[in-house]
Design a protein around this ligand. Sequence first.
Ligand code: 5GP
Ligand code: ZN
Length: 113
Amino acid sequence: MSCLFCRIAAGEIPSSIVYKDDRVVAFNDINPQAPMHVLVVPVRHISTLNDLSTEDDALMGEIVRRGAAIAGERGYGEGGYRTVLNCNADAGQTVFHIHLHVLGGRSFAWPPG
Ligand code: 5GP
Ligand code: ZN
């Protein structure tokens, strides 16, 4: 198993886990871009958004709702937070296992860079 986030989800590589069940894992980004920077990933390997099928709809809903729950638990629900799903090179995806960035604790510009 060579995928970094598969190995983190399996506990083979240490990370700062903030949530885990049998389908979804959330952990702190190693290079945080905001006071809160959590990555929410599926346990099952999915490389990019382009690889999603209808069977993944519930899973992606769980990932988004988990990100919202974590942001809410940390007090960012009302003030707001940023969620990002990068897909492939032009968006800056560097780890090819789907991950939802959940960032909070500062203001974010729009449009994004
Ligand atoms: P992407 O650019 O693919 O959307 O985001 C990949 C994210 O994974 C980056 O924010 C990067 O800091 C994070 N990352 C890369 N390697 C590791 C790691 O080994 N552990 C953790 N916790 N985060 C990582
Ligand atoms: Zn993977």
